[in-house]
Design a protein around this ligand. Structure first.
Ligand SMILES: *Cc1c(COP(=O)(O)O)cnc(C)c1O
Length: 227
């Protein structure tokens, strides 16, 4: 139990450090830190690990899996009804209805079949999550996201299907400098008239904020390394 208390205190300390990083990077870019949403990526973390962040005022959380979100969040949302869940992992079309039912934002829209499934779920539920089109910014075969060359057409399809396209999302290649990929994603958003930019994780959130991120997705810098 003492260990638990310590790790909770650590999470709140790390929250202060992450907020300072965001504020510092925003100042460098002459941006208002209030324009940047911190999404606490709580995948693999249990409710006890999440509660201190809720108590500290965090309301935006990221999950990779619909099933895990369904198992973990209803009880927490009952206590903090203004919580916003962001689905950030690859999404199967057959989970679209459940995703739309639980999430305020879906960051991994990357293909026509998924757009169709999400559009049907929106129509059936009357819910309207913010949708981010994920771009495979490093052209990596193992990653989700649409090819850069497909982006304009996919955006047309998504808008035509009635999705609220809030912006772009990217996950730059690991192990190399992220800045060129983040800058490219920011340019693609600008060129396509999109205000939202979901990019920046524990290792590169500073650069991402400097380059225009509106939503940073931060896991390990808040919770420590994932089990
Ligand atoms: C896990 C994950 C994150 C958070 O990564 P950290 O390096 O732990 O901050 C962000 N985005 C996506 C899509 C993820 O899967």
């Amino acid at each position: 139990m003492i260990d638990d208390d310590l790790s909770r205190t650590a999470t709140v300390t790390q929250l202060g450090a992450v907020r300072d990083r965001i504020a510092h990077a925003a100042r460098l870019a002459r941006r208002d830190p209030a324009d940047i949403t911190l999404i606490a990526v709580s995948k693999t973390q249990d409710a006890a690990a999440i509660r201190p962040l809720l108590a500290a005022g965090v309301r935006d959380f990221g999950e990779n899996r619909v099933r895990e979100a369904q198992a973990k969040w209803p009880g927490l949302i009952a206590d903090y009804p203004d919580t916003r869940l962001h689905l950030i992992g690859q999404l199967q079309s057959n989970k679209a209805a459940e995703a739309v039912a639980i999430a305020q934002a879906i960051h991994s829209i990357d293909r026509r079949s998924l757009i169709d499934a999400v559009a049907r779920a929106i129509e059936a539920s009357g819910r309207q999550p913010d949708c981010y089109v994920q771009v495979n910014i490093g052209d990596e075969p193992q990653k989700g996201g649409c090819a850069i060359s497909d982006l304009p057409a996919l955006l047309r399809v998504a808008r035509g299907a009635g999705l609220t396209v809030a912006g772009l999302m990217c996950l730059p290649p690991a192990e190399v400098e992220a800045a060129p990929y983040l800058a490219l994603c920011a340019k693609l958003a600008r060129d396509n008239g999109l205000a939202g930019l979901s990019m920046g994780m524990s290792g590169d959130l500073d650069t991402a904020v400097t380059l225009g991120a509106t939503h940073v997705r931060v896991g390990s810098a808040l919770f420590g390394a994932r089990p």
